[in-house]
Write a protein that binds this ligand. Structure first.
Ligand code: SF4
Length: 319
């Protein structure tokens, strides 16, 4: 039987089959939020649809899991200024927006205190910090999702970054081009990119080939023509993409749309996401099997974030 649940920030209802069997948490503080484009890619009659699983708030998220925390990558230990994370050499991450077009249940920042970060009034201080440190050559826009900003705000922020002479590269991490291509910035943003002196990298976050469509293909093409290098970063998620044919298909589908697979991340252990975790030995076996199937340029690095280590660590059998 098909039933409906309300969507966060929308008057629309989300109609799915078998709702009563799914143990939905109607009162999650991280409520159901799904953009139309992403919904159109789902099979809403299938409770095991890999896209549906990424967005449904389940009661199991309320169970406390050992080893899981609200700040699994210790972002808050590396914030020299509100909204700025300086963890890696030569690069800083700017929390450009507290919002996203979608609420991914496995999100490692789902408990992040956005109220005291990511506010336009913090940007000036963050930019001053970047200006004063010549060793910083790359600014990474993250969030939330930087592409959930209005296009004008996004471009104004980028122009301020570009005005800092020692910044060479702008990297944007965004799930908007995949989950909400109809809402992605396309006019002012592309005009800016075509004439910008910066190296431009866009890391889209796609976990399953079903997320890709003609709309994403067209958008990626426009970003490429504007000078962006397109990379993908996925999260390994139990029940979503933890099978060799699914990951193999994802790499091929991304490449067909001009995107290179870059990282396959082990889940960051954030409270509420334990049911998505794939253990390290299974993850390594998957990677080994993929290695036999894919050319090297389509094999994403299997990585994990280790607290206190100033780079992403490739997963190995001692972890
Ligand atoms: S788009 Fe990214 S930051 Fe936003 S909820 Fe999903 S994983 Fe988290």
């Amino acid at each position: 039987m098909t039933q409906s649940i309300p969507l966060f920030n929308s008057k629309k209802q989300f109609k799915i089959a078998h709702l009563a069997d799914l143990n939905i948490d109607d009162n999650s503080p991280f409520p159901l939020k799904v953009p139309d484009d992403f919904m159109l890619q789902m099979d809403l009659t299938d409770p095991n649809d890999p896209l549906l699983k990424q967005v449904l708030p389940l009661k199991i998220e309320n169970q406390t899991a050992t080893g899981f925390s609200t700040d699994p990558v210790h972002d808050l230990d590396f914030t020299p200024s509100p909204s700025l994370i300086h963890k890696y050499h030569g690069r800083v991450l700017l929390i450009a927006s507290p919002k996203c077009d979608i609420h991914c249940r496995y999100c490692f920042r789902r408990h992040f205190p956005y109220a005291s970060h990511s506010n336009t009034r913090h940007w000036q201080k963050a930019l001053e910090y970047i200006q004063q440190d010549n060793s910083i050559h790359e600014v990474i826009l993250s969030g939330g999702d930087p592409m959930s900003l209005s296009e004008g705000s996004l471009v104004r922020l980028i122009q301020k970054i570009e005005a800092i002479p020692h910044i060479q590269t702008l990297r944007i991490h965004s799930r908007t081009p995949v989950v909400a291509p109809s809402q992605a910035p396309i006019t002012e943003f592309i005009t800016w990119a075509k004439q910008s002196r910066l190296n431009k990298v866009l890391v889209v976050h796609c976990n399953h080939a079903n997320e890709l469509s003609e709309k994403t293909a067209k958008l990626f093409q426009q970003y490429k023509q504007a000078g962006f290098h397109l990379l993908n970063q996925s999260v390994l998620l139990k029940g979503v993409n933890d099978q060799v044919p699914i990951l193999e298909n994802l790499s091929h589908a991304l490449f067909a749309q001009g995107v290179l697979p870059y990282y396959l991340n082990q889940l960051d252990r954030v409270q509420g996401s334990a049911h998505f975790e794939v253990n390290n030995s299974t993850a390594l076996s998957l990677q080994q099997a993929l290695r036999k199937k894919l050319p090297g340029y389509l094999l994403p690095k299997l990585v994990t974030d280790i607290s206190g280590v100033p780079y992403k660590t490739e997963l190995n059998k001692n972890q």
